[in-house]
Every structure is written in structure tokens, then in C-alpha cells.
Design a protein around this ligand. Structure first.
Ligand code: NI
Length: 205
């Protein structure tokens, strides 16, 4: 647990990092406010993280805040635009997650400035949710395997090869950095379902 951060609210639409990061101080990770569908930042392509920013302690603290926020809301991934910061940053982790109890574990992964490409010709259809679209799930087609090239939290080159659920989460988070949400990827909206109704009517799928 941490405290709810409020230092970011005045600059949520401002991508001037000097301004944003100057307001973040104090010890310990903060839980950041999550933007919900309708906020324009979720529909904007995020800016690349400049190398000069990576070494800044404020930026490193922001990465910790992003992880703390993902944990607080039982997310399996979180992209910076979801916390009102329009930068190409995503975090992913799957460990005994109550929102995705059957998901295989994925160690904590952070990626900056990712480029994603499919590594298979096959897609799979499965359920997704999103912290920015609360209480809903929908069936989304995704590439079964992907390769992601980017940077780790220290700015070193990083290559991720992922399949199945990990690949799905990477595609979901990468989409956030392009200004897309999972609804945009659905074949249609007929499987879009509230959580309680999914448990009641779709449990066998
Ligand atoms: Ni999401």
C-alpha cells in the first residue's frame, strides 16, 4: 500500500517532463490516479521517453509508482497514459492475480519505447479487461506470439519474446501507447460483458 498521489493532477495533459517530474517527491511509491475511457490522453499516441530522462530519479520513482498502481488495482499491466503521463512506458506482472486467476505467471517487466511485431501468423481469441474500462470484459483477437524491442528501466536495450497470455498483455499495453484500447480490436461488441454477467452466462468459455 502507498498513498494516493496528487502531485500529477495539475499537469495531467502536460507532457513537459520537467514540469511533471518536479512535482513528484517524497519516499515510497505512490498510487496514481487511473484515467478512464473518455479521457483524451488514452486516445493520444504517447511520446518516446528521451534518454536524458531515464537516469533522473524522478523518472525512476515514477516507474515504481506505476508498478505500485498496477498492484493496487490488481492489474496485469499498466501503461503510462493510463496514469495521465503521455510517455511510452509500460509495466507488466502476473502473480496469482485475482482478476485473472488462471493466467500463467509473468515476472515484473518494464519496457520503455517498445516496438512490437507479431512472431506468429495465428491469432487467438480470449477475454481482456482494462483498468481504464472498469467492470467489463470482451473477447479480443491477438497474435499468439510477439517480439518486442525496447529499453529496460535503465535505458539498456531489451528484447522480449512472448507467447500466449504474456503476448496478449504486451499487445494490450502497446496498444495503449498508440492511443488504442482493447475495444478497438474486438471483431464486434457482442461479447462485451459486465463481470457478473460473464460469470453467470459465459463461465464455460
Ligand atoms: Ni488497459
Amino acid at each position: 500500500m502507498g498513498v494516493v498521489g496528487n502531485g500529477w493532477r495539475g499537469s495531467r495533459d502536460d507532457v513537459d517532463q520537467r514540469h511533471e517530474f518536479s512535482q513528484c517527491d517524497g519516499d515510497g511509491a505512490m498510487i496514481l490516479k487511473v484515467a478512464r475511457l473518455g479521457h483524451p490522453l488514452l486516445r493520444r499516441r504517447a511520446k518516446a521517453v528521451p534518454m536524458a530522462l531515464v537516469a533522473r530519479p524522478e523518472f525512476q520513482r515514477f516507474l515504481d509508482d506505476l508498478v505500485e498502481t498496477m498492484h493496487e488495482y490488481d492489474g496485469v499491466g499498466l501503461a503510462a497514459p493510463q496514469v495521465h503521463v503521455s510517455l511510452q512506458v509500460a509495466v507488466i506482472e502476473v502473480q496469482r492475480n485475482p482478476r485473472y486467476p488462471k493466467a500463467p505467471p509473468v515476472p515484473l517487466t518494464m519496457v520503455l519505447n517498445p516496438r512490437l511485431r507479431p512472431a506468429s501468423r495465428r491469432q487467438a481469441l480470449d477475454w481482456e479487461g482494462c483498468l481504464s474500462i472498469p467492470d467489463l470484459r470482451g473477447q479480443v483477437p491477438r497474435w499468439r506470439s510477439v517480439i518486442v524491442d525496447g529499453l529496460d528501466r535503465r535505458g539498456r536495450p531489451l528484447r522480449l519474446r512472448a507467447s500466449d497470455f504474456f503476448a496478449r498483455v504486451l499487445q494490450h499495453e502497446w496498444d495503449h501507447l498508440q492511443g488504442r484500447v482493447y475495444l478497438d480490436r474486438m471483431h464486434g461488441l457482442s461479447s462485451l460483458t459486465h463481470l457478473a454477467e460473464r460469470a453467470r452466462f459465459w463461465a464455460k468459455e
